[in-house]
Design a protein around this ligand. Structure first.
Ligand SMILES: CC(C)(COP(=O)(O)OP(=O)(O)OC[C@H]1O[C@@H](n2cnc3c(N)ncnc32)[C@H](O)[C@@H]1OP(=O)(O)O)[C@@H](O)C(=O)NCCC(=O)NCCS
Length: 180
């Protein structure tokens, strides 16, 4: 069983619609690559293809979660946990399932993993025009640290955000860990 969580304050939902978070599996690769293309990389060449994502998920330093509703994958997050720092590589929620706290939950699990590993900070890049994602990360305490001109495919600018020190609003792992 994955970890079940309550929706945010704004809405309640029938129990059957409750999202759960679990670790990503090999069988999720194609779904996650397609979500990346549709929700993150739209308008850019598809860089997180199934082949690349599979290779990345196989790295010991990669940590990935998926969110499911009624057995359907509706979001995911992928982070690289290095020796000293964490880098959030991908995070997306299917647009039909946004504004329910799922993105925040996927981020919180990554923050908890990085915090548990004793890492100093977590950074990420987001498209400069992606205001929603920037507000989302700012709401979690991330700060804009610099602009990166033509970061994506030499054509589109990025903004780098960082949270330092890493802190998760989750207080404990006891009886609360996602399972595979
Ligand atoms: C960014 C994204 C992951 C947010 O997912 P989500 O599940 O809708 O976010 P949540 O419901 O958990 O929102 C958490 C907080 O983020 C902020 N936020 C989220 N969407 C927002 C919006 N459209 N406008 C302003 N603030 C927003 C709010 O502060 C929100 O807290 P609140 O609900 O208490 O107001 C989602 O919009 C997405 O997948 N976007 C496309 C992919 C992407 O941009 N990924 C990030 C770059 S890799």
């Amino acid at each position: 069983m994955g970890r079940r969580f309550r929706y945010g304050r704004k809405r309640s939902a029938p129990l059957s619609d409750q999202p759960t978070i679990r670790l990503a599996k090999r069988a999720d690769v194609r779904t996650l690559a397609l979500l990346s293309r549709k929700e993150i990389e739209q308008g850019l060449p598809w860089s997180w293809t199934p082949t690349r994502l599979k290779r990345f998920l196989n790295l010991a330093s990669t940590n990935a979660y998926v969110a499911e509703v009624n057995g359907q994958v509706v979001g995911f997050s992928v982070a690289s946990l290095g020796d000293a720092r964490a880098h959030l590589v991908l995070l997306a929620v299917d647009r039909a399932f946004r504004h329910r706290g799922i993105g925040r939950e996927l981020l919180e699990w990554q923050l908890l993993a990085a915090q548990t590993a004793g890492l100093a900070d977590m950074s990420l890049e987001v498209r400069a025009a992606n205001r929603t994602a920037q507000l989302f990360y700012a709401s979690a305490g991330f700060q804009k640290v610099r602009s990166l001109p033509r970061y994506y495919c030499g054509v589109e600018d990025a903004v780098r955000f960082r949270l330092s020190p890493v802190r998760s609003s989750r207080r404990t792992l006891e009886n609360d860990s996602p399972t595979q």
